[in-house]
Design a protein around this ligand. Structure first.
Ligand SMILES: [Zn+2]
Length: 517
């Protein structure tokens, strides 16, 4: 059942993109597909140069395409205690399709066990005396409880509140710097009743044209995981509202045609290091994207203390990210269409970078979750990052990529259990970071520092190895955020703020180190 659903989803998406012959499918599906095909054609025909508004409108349309949703009813997350021989048993079960791996190190492997495989896997492990714990007894239930939804009214209220707050902050700042001599007192923060139309006294203080900005807020906050629209809306909003420090650009276009939006936060000071921060390269790692947007919020709101130029890409894999909301919560790869004759969609973008591509911990099989693609940078999302770095003249000293889960601060190399010549520096700064992350909340969260391939597992073609080896960026880290397996990828939204505070602590520590170079 599980596999059937996956394949059906794969076929639908393949048709949307490639307009494959529809004759062999049942009539009901054909109808849906031909509608989707028309939408896809419309989608394809929009020139990318025609402005962000048009692209956004088209993306919204694409999101509305009805798609089969993968269910995880009855599927479980197990932690298998494994070393040596035992981990071979797990890879055997992966090959038979009974389990798929979430994470693992030398002593444990976390696997998703498909509902129809539970009794077979139980028998198989018991016969071999391999111990395991059931961590999540029903994944679908966990997924359903992970992310509380907001009503339209709540979102509208939020948008208005944020807009008013921005107006107030900007006015306060203008007052402070005496740019506008006509402002004689610090403006009071507007409450809802004070901005909502009519002949309100505060509206008179709003300059002509400023009302539009006031009304155009954003929906971002950190008690829920947000859709791509909200995140991109937030980036646009920041660029519009704080043009002195924020600028945004699309560094490329995803496979399905979504812009890949980067935000630059900079005071334009000379001799400060540039720092790269990305999230969401693996679609299902929602906490990564949520934490990166939280970091953006902090840096903008504390821009007086900005110590570096930040280049931030919160969603490296926008197609995959959107697909985790409307198709398969546990999708990892991008959404590129299969090679000719194939059925499996997507490439693991963090195996697609051009250093030691195709080595350990990668696969040439398109159906595997660690499929490395047809060649280095074969995917538009990774190529966009490569092109950005080839074009930029910024002085990058740190490259931070956020993932989940496991609570690790990892430094190169990932391709093998080896370290770069300056690994002692990377280790020292990572240890400092771990201390700061522990202090970031009252929960004293422990992050383990180590070399990628040793602390976790070997994985060639990762972005951190490429940044270190090819771009020669000193502090290249992969940070695996919370948790250590209790919830795995399905980290309830209530954990966003504490986790994001830890992520921010690592950014600030690494910024300090980068400034000393
Ligand atoms: Zn990841």
């Amino acid at each position: 059942m599980f596999r059937l659903i996956i394949i059906q989803t794969a076929i639908i998406s393949a048709v949307v993109i490639n307009c494959v012959e529809l004759m062999t499918l049942d009539p009901k599906l054909q109808h849906i597909l031909s509608n989707q095909t028309n939408q896809a054609r419309e989608y394809d025909s929009v020139p990318i140069e025609s402005g962000a508004d048009v692209i956004d409108a088209v993306v919204i349309k694409a999101v509305e395409i009805p798609e089969e949703r993968v269910t995880y009813e009855g599927a479980q997350l197990w932690r298998v205690l494994a070393d040596g021989e035992q981990s071979e048993f797990v890879s055997y079960l992966q090959d038979t399709g009974d389990v798929s791996m979430w994470t693992g190190n030398e002593s444990i492997v976390d696997v998703l066990v498909r509902p129809e495989s539970i009794s077979r896997v139980t028998r198989f492990l018991r016969e071999r005396q391999v111990k395991y714990d059931i961590i999540i007894p029903d994944l679908q239930q966990a997924i359903d409880q992970e992310n509380p939804s907001a009503s339209e009214e709540e979102l509208e209220e939020l948008e208005g509140r944020k807009a008013r707050y921005a107006w107030w902050k900007r006015r306060k700042r203008q007052h402070k710097s005496h740019i506008h001599s006509n402002i004689t007192s610090i403006p009071r923060y507007l409450v809802a009743s004070e901005y909502g139309g009519g002949n309100d006294v505060y509206q008179k203080k709003i300059k002509k044209g400023e009302l539009d900005t006031l009304m155009a807020g954003h929906r971002m906050e950190w008690t829920r995981y947000h859709r791509l629209d909200d995140i991109y809306g937030y980036i646009d909003y920041l660029a519009q509202t704080y043009p002195d420090i924020c600028s945004s650009m699309a560094i490329g276009t995803s496979f399905e045609g979504r812009p890949i939006k980067l935000l630059r936060i900079s005071k334009g000071e000379k001799n400060v290091p540039a720092i790269w921060i990305d999230g969401g390269i693996h679609a299902r790692e929602w906490i990564s994207t949520a934490s990166v947007t939280y970091i953006i919020n902090y840096l903008v709101e504390n821009s007086d203390d900005l110590k570096a130029d930040y280049y931030i890409l919160p969603v490296v894999n926008p197609d995959g990210y959107e697909y985790t909301f409307r198709g398969d919560r546990l999708w990892r790869k991008n959404r590129s269409s299969p090679e000719k004759g194939g059925v499996c969609i997507g490439v693991d973008l963090n195996r697609n970078f051009g250093y030691r591509w195709g080595g350990l911990g990668t696969s040439r099989q398109p159906c595997r979750e660690i499929y490395a693609g047809t060649g280095p940078f074969s995917e538009p999302e990774t190529a966009a990052i490569k092109n950005f770095f080839e074009a930029t003249s910024a002085n990058f000293k740190a490259f931070l990529t956020f993932h989940s889960y496991g609570q690790y601060i990892l430094y190169p190399w990932g391709y093998a259990q080896r370290v770069p010549p300056d690994y002692a520096d990377l280790d020292r700064v990572a240890q400092k970071s771990a201390v700061a992350m522990k202090k970031a909340t009252t929960q004293n969260t422990v992050y383990t520092v180590g070399n990628s391939a040793t602390a976790l597992y070997a994985a060639a073609g990762g972005s951190d190895d490429w940044a270190k080896a090819m771009l020669k960026i000193k502090y290249a880290y992969t940070i695996e955020l919370r948790d250590k397996g209790r919830n795995g990828f399905i980290l309830p939204a209530g954990y966003i703020i504490p986790t994001a505070k830890e992520a921010l602590a690592s950014v600030l520590t690494i910024t300090d180190a980068a400034r000393k170079l």
